[in-house]
Design a binder for this molecule. Sequence first.
Ligand SMILES: [Zn+2]
Length: 471
Amino acid sequence: MKNLTLSVAFLLCSFVVFAQEEKKEPAYTDDDALFIREIYDQALTKGNAYDWLDYMTNNIGGRLAGSPQAAAAVEYTRQMMDTMGMEVTLQPCIVPHWVRGDKEQARVVNSKSMGTVELSILALGNSVGTDDFGLTAPVIEVKSLQEVMDLGIDGIKGKIVFYNRPMDATQIKTFHAYGGAVDQRVHGAAVAANYGAVGAIVRSMTLRTDDIPHTGSTIYNRLNKGVEPIPAVAISTMDADLLSKIIEKDKEVDLYFRTNCQMLKPEESYNVIGEIKGSEFPDEIILVGGHLDSWDVGTGAHDDGAGCVHAMDVYNVLKQLNYKPKRTIRVVMFMNEENGLAGALEYTKVSNQKKEYHLAAIESDRGGFSPRGFTMEAENEIFSVKSKKVIEWLPLLRPYGLELSKGGSGADISRLKSQKGLMLGLAPDSQRYFDYHHTPIDVWDAVNKRELQLGVAAMASMVYLIDKYGL
Ligand SMILES: [Zn+2]
């Protein structure tokens, strides 16, 4: 009987909720569908992202924080945003200045099975270099940081530790595979040094088997007190497989590598911030951004030139369509995402000091491939509230192949969620992103114009909806 009463009560409740939903205002109008169509038409035929990317990659080049190229990219994007009529400010931040120096060398030394074999490597960003003579030591292969800790000083001391756990090919979202392997690159050298290793060599973070090493930052913050940092490099996946085979056959193998990188003194650099004040709610900021710095070996086309030109073109396309934003639109080129996040930390600090409110922020930092949707994050207690409206817009976005899911937004913006807004990350198709990530082949040719411009349209449509309806 009690159960029956409960059931009836439940049914009544459901009916009330249902009836309320029936009366509710629709989340959008037919005009919105038409305007989003115009955004796509404009971005695909008159967008500027691809041309800007041409200049940033082919005329400026790789833009590692502290480099002259990074400074040139600050000036270039400042000018482009100024030309669009935005109020542009340069926000100073102090960035690390790491330089690679001459090309790295590595070889297996005089192995029993194969003799001397040259290996394809790149120094990891922020790594210390070897001395002028390079480093020769026995190599030991491991699959994880834990394995190094288990082997302890007896197993590790005096050796070069070779981290060889591949990215998990069964992951459908390749960023998950990256997340599952990248601890080896980020912390591998420091953990190995704690047990007396003299060098670290890490399998490149890619799902492809090829001869291209992938750089990326290593961090020494897990070094025990008094332990000196050791040189760290990435090895191509083909050479990682080869090295593993030689170790399996020969048991004892010596490795030589020489790197010429060093950390110079910190430099002043800038976030580039372009803004258009909202006409009705100027205190509600909608940020679109990417990071201006890139690795030095390619020209940072997908990572993250694409994200920078996406963000600038979002405003460009809306302006061409004579759209007048109700809320403040801010286009931000963050500095030093790759090896320090100095720009993001400064931006968040200043924004919090000014008691600003970012209603929403959208970062594009997953390449210039065909957009598949957005991932969203917010503080736990408000996520469902903040994402609800965006989910109601899905019928407007699905015709363009866009979906929504819960997930990280972007390294530069995610701290802004403490201001209680919604943080979104553009989610392009991720299958080929790690073919290029942090490599010499991340260049303009690797980006498809149409796919890049579709990303602009996806972000501009989201900005338009958030600006019109709020969250
Ligand atoms: Zn990036």
